[in-house]
Ligand binder design. Structure first.
Ligand code: TYM
Length: 335
């Protein structure tokens, strides 16, 4: 049952199609946590604009990410579902956290280095201080448990440092709880279908690198058929599997989707051709992902309903945020 002070918070950027990595690495866990704890799930539109977004497309993507939350099984009667920019406390606390976080800490963030690329001088300031906004998202609600994929681990460590430093600097012992990352082991990082050493990502140029939740059954079958594998026969054991990134990724996805252990998958396919696993994997993906895609498309036809979900979420989130912000302003000495 719900622990008294436990609170889950997580966010997803509305920057394009949700993919299998988002679903398995994060959103599926959002849904199971909803049964056990109080949860707040946020469409992080302020994070999205750290790289330029076409305003019309951004609006659509905010709705679509909301639809993705609902289609995955989030229930707006149980969880708070809202978009970040509708609660201004996120931006206010982010500013305070900009003054708590150290430049040296941000300089270590690998995601900034990856996203900014070779020409860091041209990246937006927002992209650089993005992890402070993420810390503010979490701390605004004093959230304790944060379900994310492995790529967000470093940002969560920074959030823990920020919380600690705020508590120390302002002699506000234990004011902010130190949030715990909840990272699923096997599927913490779903890899690209074209390169088992790169994570599956919205920004990958190749559509064949990822399965989108809105993909048709034909798309899914084609993509899995084309998924890169090595030329060796099906791995004999986990030790061998762990040395073969593409094989490991497909086996991990299959094991997660079919709810079976990696050991069982290895036993079932030992001695068989890789195409056999691919066939079963695409059938399993079609069965579990296509209904989500259909539901997203259906929900997108009813923007009135999606707007009402976000509005209700905003009201509830704002109430909690304002309560905490009142204390935060007092602690900091703002009138
Ligand atoms: P975002 O929008 O990039 O991704 C949303 C969630 O999906 C996970 N994820 C993956 N998991 C496994 N394998 C993959 N290939 C994969 N790709 C994405 C991400 O880890 C994430 O959990 N900064 C965050 C959003 C955010 C947030 C927050 C999260 C903003 N504020 C506060 C938690 C708490 C992001 O850009 O996620």
């Amino acid at each position: 049952m719900a622990g008294k002070n436990k609170l889950v918070f997580s966010g997803v950027q509305p920057t394009g199609n949700l993919h299998l990595g988002n679903y398995l690495g994060a959103m599926k866990n959002f849904v199971s946590l909803q049964k056990k704890m109080e949860c707040i799930y946020c469409v992080v539109d302020l994070h999205a604009i750290t790289t330029h977004q076409d305003p019309k497309i951004l609006k659509e993507n905010i709705f679509e990410t909301t639809a993705g939350f609902l289609a995955s099984g989030l229930n707006p009667e149980k969880s708070i579902i809202f978009n970040q920019s509708s609660v201004s406390g996120h931006a206010e606390l982010a500013w305070i956290m900009n003054c708590v976080a150290r430049v040296g800490w941000l300089n270590r963030m690998t995601q900034f280095k990856d996203k900014a690329g070779a020409d860091k001088e041209k990246a937006s300031v927002g992209l650089y201080i993005y992890p402070n906004l993420m810390a503010a998202d979490i701390l605004l609600y004093k959230a304790t448990h944060i379900p994310v994929g492995a790529d967000q681990k470093q940002h969560l460590e920074l959030c823990r440092d920020i919380a600690q430093k705020f508590n120390n600097d302002y002699k506000a012992e234990n004011f902010f709880p130190i949030p715990e990352p909840l990272i699923q082991k096997k599927i913490s990082k779903i890899m690209s279908l074209r390169d088992g050493t790169k994570k599956m990502s919205k920004s990958d140029e190749s559509e064949y690198s990822r399965i989108d939740l809105k993909d048709s059954s034909e798309d899914i079958t084609k993509k899995i058929k084309k998924a890169k594998t090595d030329s060796a026969p099906f791995p004999e054991n986990e030790e061998e599997l762990n040395k073969r990134p593409e094989a490991l990724n497909l086996v991990n996805i299959y094991s997660e989707i079919t709810n079976s252990s990696v050991e069982k998958v290895l036993n079932d396919f030992r001695g068989k051709d890789f195409s056999k696993l691919k066939k079963n994997l695409s059938d399993a993906l079609v069965a579990s992902i296509c209904p989500l895609g259909k539901e997203i498309k259906k929900l997108m036809q009813d923007k009135g309903f999606l707007t009402s979900v976000l509005k209700k979420g905003k009201e509830n989130a704002n109430k909690k945020a304002e309560e905490n912000l009142k204390k935060i302003r007092e602690i900091v000495g703002l009138l």
